[in-house]
Design a protein around this ligand. Sequence first.
Ligand code: ZN
Length: 246
Amino acid sequence: MMRFVIIMSLLSLGYVGSANAQALGHKLEISHLTGDFYVYTTYQKYGDQLFPSNSMYLVTKAGAVLFDVPWDSTQFQPLLDSIAIKHHQKVVLCLATHYHEDRTGALEFYKQKGIKTYTTRQTDLLSQQHKEHRAQYLMDGDTTFTIGQYTFQTYYAGAGHSADNIVVWFPKEKILYGGCLIKSVEAKDLGNLSDAHVGAWAKTIKKIQHKFPKPKYIITGHQDWTDTRSMEHTLYLIKQYQRKQQ
Ligand SMILES: [Zn+2]
């Protein structure tokens, strides 16, 4: 009986601990991915919980590059500061992968800081329609960038989470930056479907799997990204959704 009581009180202490961590911390988390690549995570309230949003940055000899922006607007400047302190580099470029706020919310703020901001033209049209933030430079199609010693390419495979979602591929490191198009293995459903094209989504994922085989890392827009079965899981969630609709 005594042992049971002790375990119970430890469990409740653990619970209080994690509730406090949510209230106090969880602002800007930076995890080392590989080499000069880092995943950064910020949070917003989604329902009554804090929900994580993942983005990435790459440190090159010619400056740092952001792939998407912090979702939490209080972290726009702290992200730049922490890159300056940690890596002694300025952010020179920021590329957003679709028009939603969790990808574009800081584009105008970063433009004012002298950072070159990019989206596709398709994303820019949607940003204008939905009054989201816009980039200074527009890409007309899939684009290869060389920044410092690194090369990466953008790829539009079709609609899914949104009509305009693109991915970014790093051929040498085999990193697939997927954004919200690719759901975490942790995700229980397809999430926000307000702009989704569920009918096209599976074909889009399969095109990416075909074009970029055997990625070593896949960065999902939200939740845990360490499990690389996320594209298979996204296909499973699409099937599950479509079965329910029938
Ligand atoms: Zn998202």
